[in-house]
Design a protein around this ligand. Sequence first.
Ligand SMILES: Cc1cc2nc3c(=O)[nH]c(=O)nc-3n(C[C@H](O)[C@H](O)[C@H](O)COP(=O)(O)OP(=O)(O)OC[C@H]3O[C@@H](n4cnc5c(N)ncnc54)[C@H](O)[C@@H]3O)c2cc1C
Length: 527
Amino acid sequence: MLFSGLLLKWGRGKMRYEAIVVGAGLGGLTCAALLTQKGLRVLVLDKDHHPGGTSYVFQRGAFKFPMGPLSFSYPGYASCLLASLGIKEPLEFKRNHFQLITGDLDLVYSVAPKELKQELARKFPREADGLEAFFQDLQKAMKLVHDIYLWHPDYLPEKLSPLQEKVVQTEYSESRKTRILSWSQTFSGDVLRKYLNDRLLVNFLDSMGTGEPVMSFLTLAMMWNIMAVEGIWYPSWGIHGISDRLAEIIRAGGGELWLGMSVKKIIIENGQASGVLTADDNFIGADWIVSNADAKTTFLELTESRAVSGEFLEKVRSTPYTGSELCAYLGVDAEKIDLSQIRATHLFYCARPGQVEGTGPGTDGLNLESKEIEVCRWTDNEPGQAPSGYVGLILRVGFDYDHFARFRTGEKKRTSEYQAYKTELALKLVRIVENIIPGLSGAIELMEVATPLTYRDWGHRYQGSIAGWSWGADWTGNFGRKLLVETPVRNLFLAGIYAASELFMGGVPTAMRTGELAASLILRNIV
Ligand SMILES: Cc1cc2nc3c(=O)[nH]c(=O)nc-3n(C[C@H](O)[C@H](O)[C@H](O)COP(=O)(O)OP(=O)(O)OC[C@H]3O[C@@H](n4cnc5c(N)ncnc54)[C@H](O)[C@@H]3O)c2cc1C
């Protein structure tokens, strides 16, 4: 036991809130802002010294870079939510586009499905008929998931508008439910291969890159709906600006934000969450606890294992998260590089598609040419975050946590070889990307490198995971429900990207939506 009964007794009644939110990421902040707006006495605690969690920015020299998200989908949802909190300042969004360069393929794919189909048919003329048939199926599924609240009963808003009520009554027909179930159990690779032969094309349509198919057909439809229909956008305040506004609302409403204060344990008594134990061993009581820490951290580290059933714990333990990445943040002299091949804010580039990757444990990770590297023109979104004459570029590539685990000797502690090793890998990425950005190596003024260890120790994510629970078809539906906001522990809720058990609206809006849902579940119980 990390805490004693005596300590609990001592602390009880001394410090007490109606709700404690563990984590000031977008999920936690959204929840806390909505609760303070309704007059609840709220405390938000975060390990970090800034609000916003991974959606914040950090400074290196004269440059600022994002810790995590680069842009996000469902901008209308975020705007409405922020407006409902009384923020009058207009929030505008700029569309971000996505491009793939691999082998002979070079296309911007964040376009309407019809346009994409035509472009692909031009590039793969032998596959034109197959593309026609595949897009027919895909668009049927996309139509089904288009209204995020209506595509599955688990996602319904608490209060239906009259229109939604009508749609639910008419649309939740047995045939719709059957289609949803069947597509969620259909492997996307099987649908693609039924119609198409070209491996590059199949892999592109499944992963928007070069990866082999992994997900269900319904998740695939969800992903294309986000990319091609909803679009991916960057807000005029910056994503960090949204966190700052939410933190202001919490403070203005009388809520408290304790930054730089870690929670060691969420205390559960008789099956009900009753408070938290802070890093400095203070017990703080609350009627409601919302954990914005990811689900594995919440149930495998912050709560006692006996607080939930063995079956639930095993699901949390065994269901994988999405992986992590190596990321090079570059401050670059704009005069010295040629960006003419980069036609979108985000480019995915694979120098040698189809080769076997080599980055697991026991390999040296040198086969980077076979991996898909994301190149983001970061300062296209935020020009003010680089000095005049310079641009901020971000190179990201998926990497196993295990590959770097040997360098970690403790929290934020590394072996002496780590720095040189990650720098060497980042420079390899730079040299590969130089194929499409001539002059890059010689133009770098500043480079910072993040690895899965960074996302673990600074992002506080379990094994540095990035994009929520696994998108793999084998795992989808493992929890038997799509949202994990309600937990098996009474008065304990989850908020944040890991509170959705599969790909939902994408990272930022999922974090906000689950925060909103946690707040409404608490308020429903109070009113
Ligand atoms: C590298 C990277 C790239 C990403 N790119 C995108 C993108 O382009 N688009 C997108 O939409 N999403 C992206 N995401 C996902 C992104 O994380 C989410 O969109 C969003 O920021 C998640 O918010 P959250 O509230 O779930 O969690 P987080 O931002 O992870 O916040 C959780 C908070 O909980 C705190 N915490 C954890 N444990 C404790 C504890 N014990 N005590 C106190 N505090 C604790 C952490 O310090 C953190 O501040 C990316 C993530 C990463 C890491």
